[in-house]
Design a binder for this molecule. Structure first.
Ligand code: CP
Length: 306
């Protein structure tokens, strides 16, 4: 791919191909480059996992990583994202991973005839999070070996979630059945098109995958945050030990993280036997290696794959 910015650009075959390539990297696959290749991770919005995971993926592929610290950059002098990206291109960077709070920030960059760097979207506002979605799909595929007929619940702060938007579409495309849970006010028409809402007490007994979402306080209005009670949320919509005890034997728990421990999921369940939360993060490195490799391949920068 020239760029990897949205799950909406990927077919089912593309998704499976990314998963298989990521599995190859997990099993030890390596690549050799035709020349030194440079990458930069331009995170205009905060991140721990996606940022470090892209950097780890780039280093494992043999790319040279150029640092960028937005708080000490010329953004503080009013420089735009577009000029920042063009600056990295001008100094010789080939590929960038970008996160920004603006939905679809990548559209202007891709349409700009003066931008040639490969762009991997590390998350745009409440829009898309393709690398997270691919690592989620890889984790589900590793567990069940297929998607057809699987029941997957997406539970929590749907409105603000780029993970929900990416995953509900790709899961449906891959043949899984999507359900939703959490506060009804966040289950809007946009989500109803992809699956029904069910109470958490029913979901835990029926689902193969319980995928919880973080309550995104930074995107929620102050008055709503002011009336938010972590205890009430956990009791009404969260995964308690009692609910976990009613989940089917083969079912798994997922969360893109960071987790509000004790809110979406009881603290002690974050690392329980059914939890794949840290395996998701582990798989993220290999998925991001696959994403960067697809852009390297597109630019004919790979000498050998072995
Ligand atoms: N899952 C995820 O995107 O985490 P970060 O915000 O830490 O990158």
């Amino acid at each position: 791919f020239e760029n990897v910015v949205s799950m909406e650009d990927l077919s089912a075959e593309d998704v499976l191909s990314f998963i298989h390539e990521a599995q190859d990297f997990k099993a030890g696959k390596q690549i050799a480059l035709k020349r030194p290749v440079y990458a930069a991770n331009l995170f205009f919005e905060s991140s721990t996992r996606t940022h470090t995971s892209f950097e780890m993926a780039e280093r494992k592929l043999g790319l040279q990583v150029v640092n960028f610290d937005p708080s000490n950059s010329s953004l503080s002098k009013g420089e735009s994202m577009s000029d920042t990206v063009k600056t990295f291109q001008a100094i010789g960077v080939d590929l960038v991973a970008i996160r920004d709070k603006q939905n679809e920030y990548y559209k202007d960059l891709i349409a700009d005839p003066n931008v040639h760097v490969g762009i991997a979207n590390g998350g745009d506002g409440s829009g898309q999070h393709p690398s997270q979605s691919l690592l989620d799909m890889m984790t589900i595929y590793e567990e069940f070996g297929h998607f057809e007929g699987l029941k997957v619940a997406i539970v929590g702060d749907l409105t603000h979630s780029r993970v929900a938007r990416s995953n509900m579409k790709v899961l449906t495309m891959l043949g899984a059945h999507v359900y939703f849970g959490g506060p009804k006010k966040w289950y809007t028409e946009e989500f109803a098109k992809y699956g029904e809402w069910m109470p958490i007490d029913d979901l835990v007994e029926e689902m193969d995958v319980m995928m919880f979402l973080r309550v995104q306080h930074e995107r929620i209005a102050d008055d709503e945050n002011g009336s938010f009670s972590a205890e009430k949320y956990h009791a009404q919509y969260g995964l308690t030990a009692e609910r976990e005890s009613r989940m089917p034997q083969r079912s798994i728990i997922m969360h893109p993280a960071p987790v509000n421990r004790g809110v979406e999921i009881a603290d002690e369940l974050v690392e329980c036997d059914k939890s794949r939360i840290f395996e998701q993060m582990h798989n993220g490195v290999f998925v991001r290696m696959a994403i960067m490799t697809s852009m390297l391949r597109n630019r004919d920068l790979i000498k050998e794959e072995y």
